[in-house]
Every structure is written in C-alpha cells, then in structure tokens.
Design a protein. Sequence first.
Length: 131
Amino acid sequence: MTLNPGKLIVASAYPDPPFDLIDHGSPGGFDIELMRAISAQLSLTLQPVRYAGDDFNGIFDGLAKRSYDAVISWLVKDRPRLSVPLQVPTHEKLGIAFAKDNEALCSDVNRALVTLRGNGDFARLQARWFP
C-alpha cells in the first residue's frame, strides 16, 4: 500500500497559501492538515515532500516512479483518472493523485475522507483555512 510501512509520503508544490505553506519551518496549510488527518485515520505518519521542480508536471513523473505515495494539488483536477476530487470554499477542485497501480491506497483514502466528512473534521479544516 505505502512505500514505507507506517508512513504516507505526499508531495505538494508549496508555498501556495492557504493550501500549502511553511509555518515556522514546518509544512502546513489546508492540504497538509488534510493529509495529516487522513494519515491519522489510516494509522500512518504523514511525511510531506516539497516538490520544487520548474515544471509542475514533473510532480506526476515522481508519482509514476513511486518517489512518493500521493500528490495533493488543485492541479489534479485536470487529471481526473488519477484524482479524488474535493471541493473547497474557493471553488477550486482539489485532488489527491495516486500511482495507477495503487488502488488499495486510493480506496483507503476515500474511506478516510468519508469518515472525516462524517465526523465533522473536514468541515473544521475548511473553516480554519477558508474563514
């Protein structure tokens, strides 16, 4: 399921507040907090990875090469085969992309998202980052 047992390695391109930012030297923002909450639901520790390439499409090359387990970005909306779309209050569609051969992780994340929506955690994250 994940590249390293017990960890969920997620790439994102930041800074892109309020989605992704560095706060006192640590990754933060809506995307990172959402992935932390998903990781907790899956009993995994989040390991955020900052994608710093010049061409954003390279982030998906890294995913295909299994450099990380997932990518979270609003740009995933243009790649619907790879994404779990989420609507945020800015009306952007956020997505989480997985390697094509990792359907198990995609299913687990989908279940975690259902739980986070059901228990109110997703709404609390939205309210915090999109007041």
